[in-house]
Design a protein around this ligand. Sequence first.
Ligand code: URP
Ligand code: ZN
Length: 459
Amino acid sequence: MANDLVIKGGLVVSAAGTRRADVGIKGEKINALGEDLEGARTIDATDMLVLPGALDVHTHFQLPFCGTVSADGFFSGSRAAALGGVTTFIDFAIQARPGSVMDAIEARRAEADPEVCVDYSLHAGITDWSADRIREIPAIIEAGIPTFKMFMIYKSQGWQSNDGDLFAALRETAKLGGMVGVHAENNDLIEMLQAEADAAGGTTCYTHAVTRPEVTETEAISRAIRLAEAAGGTLYIFHMSTGGAADIVKDARDRGVAVHAETGPHYLLLDDELFKRPDGHHFATCPPIRKPADQQKLWERLADGTVEVLATDTCTFTSQQKDMWKGDYKAIPFGMPGIEALLPLTHTYGVGNRRFDVSQMVALLSESPARLFGLDHRKGKVAEGYDADVVIFDPRLKHTLSAKTHASECDYDPFEGTTCTGMPITTLLRGKVIVQDRAFVGSKGDGLFVARKPPATKQ
Ligand code: URP
Ligand code: ZN
């Protein structure tokens, strides 16, 4: 079968290793890998890495949150994704009471479908556990959404689930092969520490970190793991931030619990001293960025395979939106941009600092997220029959991250001034070039909602 396009002479990377090969593409699919392939068009990838498009399984585009709406919408967010080599993202459809989760999914799809320029899916956010939820879970999974999110915090937003709700959701979703992901922080403890801090007076942006010490995450993660174990469910920890939690996940995985964990570049590279800067509130996210010792431990647990996924939790707020805090650390719109820098930062600090190799980078950014989130029948690998989501990556090209040049709508960049080594040059989405020579050439609507399957493996 003739190729429409051949990517010639690059080093093709998979989690299993690297191989110099041409990549033949026919229509939307990878047609062949081999030597001296011919096709109607060619792209020269000499000296380049040929990577599967990254999957960012944690984004919040145009999320109504903290009294405003996150500033990167489905178009600007997915354009930033494409420029960063991310060809699939998973956002959230969060149930708005008294509506159903399915109502939220339909509303979110109506927002995203016409706007996205890379492929996407949604997690089903449950805020109101009841018999109605049990009834709608099969239809949600049938609609291609086998992963659910529950919040152990955000009581005041009406999003918090209690332990019984979480246990029941783990038990019920497991019957159909689903997975429950949690935002794991101890709401009661945080509220108590906030009340104490407020009573003592003199709070600053740094109080955001002080009132969310490590135990607020480790306790919640331990609890969620015990609940998953007892319920026979599969648990995913979104945005894990502490070294202590990473050790807890390791212990649980070592005894066979079906628990999976994600961390993000901001937890690996930024620390809570930043809250002391005049623009410290720009870095406020939940859980907060932590200490250098946490970063060290998270890197170790990435390298040893305990932490299986890197994702960004992109939830962009401009400086004008962040200014809504007006000195109250509890009123900061929580979140930061990040999707565009996921792959360059992982290459620079993970591969560049020899914490892991390019194959493990592909495992963390592509193969593991595709497997855990039920997309490994078409995404996550440069292999015959897979979607031709391919990134041609120059491992030597240096680029300094800046709000002046990033594609996000944000007027600051959390990694401003950081020089990355290694940048995506060309991004293909299902065979179509959407980034060429680092310029976006895609369009709204290039992306599709992709139906996911219940993940095949528990551990
Ligand atoms: O602060 C954060 N992480 N904002 C986005 C919502 C969430 O908790 O994931
Ligand atoms: Zn969260």
